[in-house]
Design a protein around this ligand. Structure first.
Ligand code: ADP
Ligand code: MG
Length: 618
């Protein structure tokens, strides 16, 4: 199928349009493109630099700042300054429970299995909203620098990102006004930037070592016929350049006899010290002694001491490499290439130790904080069909998914996925004793199924009657090389199952596909905001259902006053549901949740906490 692109301003189709590659990082983000000389190049918007710190600040007057300027607010206005949002993307509160203290802003848990939200002032933001702000900044910088509209992108994610995290990244792109052609693994992009995997004849096994600002991961990839397969990943989501800065600060605190608690209270000074530490760390690329003063604090450090301080942390990453190899069932000698990614791999000790472990020189010729974005640009170029030497694999032209609560489209196989492919997700029931579940299969890019094309519908019957949230229903999509889609639904506790087969491309022309893609872009903004309202409403309705059922069952263990007040909260939530104001709905859910939590906990009702788990279809 021909690749078309759409000019957002005019709605017209353009055949020749730049597709950018985006590295949406935890610490820094950046965008790259293929220049007229056919080389991948990072975009440097005049005077702003290449790296955009992944930080968003919300001002009192509703002004939003992204990047370097926002970073300054980390010290002066931490509650309203969001960093590391990538850690929250596609995650439920349950997923992040153990490290919630890491965030200086407010992360909301109104329902342990639903996706987290962030509260800033009176407003609620999803990590998707916040990531979209970063992506929008990148899009605007690219447009400014390239002097042309930028509507299409390839975005990278860590190899270990799950389906929900990938979908969230797609949604963020869409919200930023970008047509996301593909989500690519960061290690895959990094290899492409080194030209590894571009030759369809070559078969290779490589290790990609990525040490960023706050996270570390290593991936073992097998490349065959231009296809990248992730054999294993390992890492530590709380190990990175920030830790190196911290060991330096601790060292200075000790040498200067500073009071740690007192220093922590002086946020301004702490931040200045942090910046000095980072400066010292970076300076060892060209000098062996750092010697500066901050007020009356001596910031002195030599390279040798620095390396001693870092050693245990770097050793930890080597252990991860060992584990990754073990999981991939490979010996270190079977690794053909080692690719270094992430700003922190600039440190000499890191390079030495990684090269030492793998017993070979590592690839560090490309700028390690640019390599992922550059590779993403190359992937974009491949998808645009500009590389005649590379065979474009068959892909599905439109996303495939099912209808979930509120008439929303839940994508199971995203558009542009390589065929054959399979994917699946688990669902549950929303009502007690539900014995049937409708599975409606759709094709298309819109958020509401009514705007998409219906392919099939069936009823999974014979689910044993259980409380809402108990059944575990797996929905699996299998798209074979002939384009036949098999959809299977199976209730895991009872084994009841049902399946259907359709051919998604049957009865649809290329023109209709183009039209559907175009509509999805022109309606992207409305679609996403509608989805958010529906999601908020569904969450509110579920909450009311759960609370009312709770009162019915356990009315006796709750005081009359508690019941009366709960009913009042429920009534105001119901009013909010009518309003269609998503922030208000979230606020009311939050209030009801805060109020009922203590007595729900008091009873520790197993059924209720179970009912909270899993996403339901209707
Ligand atoms: P992420 O992938 O997490 O968004 P990056 O790859 O941009 O992060 O890495 C950011 C980290 O790299 C920061 O901790 C920064 O201090 C570190 N870094 C950047 N340049 C150097 C350098 N020359 N030496 C050591 N560390 C560096
Ligand atoms: Mg990175």
């Amino acid at each position: 199928m021909a690749k078309v692109s759409i000019n957002l301003a005019t709605g017209s189709l353009q055949k020749e349009e730049i597709i950018v590659g985006i590295d949406l990082g935890t610490t820094n983000s950046l965008v790259a493109f293929i220049n007229p000389d056919k080389n991948a190049q990072v975009i440097n918007d005049t005077g702003k630099g290449v790296l955009v710190p992944s930080v968003v600040h919300f001002g009192q007057t509703g002004d939003i700042t992204v990047g370097n300027d926002a970073k300054n607010y980390l010290v002066t206005d931490p509650q309203n300054t969001i960093f590391s949002v990538k850690r929250l993307l596609g995650r439920s509160y349950h997923d992040i429970e153990n490290y919630k203290d890491f965030f200086s802003y407010k992360v909301i848990d109104d329902n342990t299995e639903s996706l987290v939200k962030i509260k800033v002032g009176d407003k609620f933001y999803t990590p998707i909203d916040l990531s979209a702000l970063i992506l929008k900044e990148l899009k605007e910088r690219a447009e400014h620098a390239l002097k042309t509209p930028v509507n299409r992108a390839v975005i990278t994610v860590p190899a270990y990102f799950n389906d929900s995290q990938r979908q969230a990244t797609r949604d963020a792109g869409k919200l930023a006004g970008l047509d996301v052609l593909r989500i690519v693994n960061e290690p895959t992009a990094a290899s492409l930037a080194y030209g590894i995997g571009l030759d369809p004849e070559e078969t290779k096994t490589i290790a990609v070592y990525d040490l960023g600002g706050g996270t570390f991961d290593v991936s073992i990839l097998q490349i065959q016929n231009g296809i990248f397969e992730v054999l294993a990943t390992n890492g530590d989501t709380f190990l990175g350049g920030d830790d190196f800065d911290r060991v330096i600060i601790d060292y200075w605190i000790e040498k200067n006899n500073l009071d740690k608690a007192q220093l922590a209270e002086n946020r301004e000074l702490s931040q200045q010290l942090r910046l000095k530490a980072e400066e010292a760390k970076k300076s060892f690329a060209h000098q062996s002694i750092f010697n500066e003063q901050l007020g009356d604090i001596w910031c002195t450090l030599d390279k040798q001491t620095f390396e001693q301080l870092m050693l245990p942390k770097v050793q930890q990453t080597i252990t991860c490499c060992q584990n990754a190899l073990k999981d991939a069932k490979l010996d270190v000698k079977q690794i053909d290439e080692v690719v270094m990614v992430g700003g922190s791999t600039r440190t000499a000790l890191v390079k030495q130790m990684v090269a030492g472990f793998f017993g070979r020189p590592v690839h560090d010729e490309v700028n390690p904080d640019e390599v992922v974005a550059l590779g993403a640009a190359i992937q974009a170029d491949i998808m645009a069909g500009n590389r005649k030497d590379i065979l474009l694999l068959d892909v599905t032209p439109l996303s495939l998914g099912i209808e979930t609560m509120g008439g929303l489209m839940d994508v199971i196989i995203p558009r542009n996925a390589k065929v054959p492919t399979k994917a699946g997700r688990q669902y549950t029931t929303s009502v007690d004793g539900q014995v049937n579940m409708k599975v409606a299969v759709y094709q298309g890019e819109r958020d509401l199924v009514k705007e998409n094309r219906k392919l099939a519908e069936f009823n999974l019957k014979g689910i044993p009657a259980m409380p809402a949230g108990f059944p575990k229903i797996d929905i699996n999509f299998l798209l074979n090389a002939d384009g036949i889609l098999k959809v299977q639904a199976i209730e895991l506790r009872s084994g009841v199952k049902q399946e259907v087969e359709v051919k998604p491309t049957y009865g649809i022309t290329d023109d209709q596909v183009e039209q559907m893609l175009m509509d999805s872009i022109t309606h992207a903004k409305d679609d996403v905001s509608q989805r958010m309202i529906i999601e908020a409403r569904t969450e509110g309705e579920q909450m009311i259902y759960t609370v009312e059922r709770f009162l019915q069952k356990h009315g006796a263990s709750v005081t009359d006053e508690e019941t009366a007040q709960t009913n009042e909260y429920v009534a105001t939530l119901k009013q909010a549901l009518e309003s269609g104001d998503k922030d208000l709905i979230h606020k009311r859910i939050d209030e009801l949740n805060e109020f009922t939590r203590p007595f729900a906990e008091r009873l520790m009702d197993q059924a209720i906490s179970h009912a909270m788990k899993g996403k339901s279809i209707d």
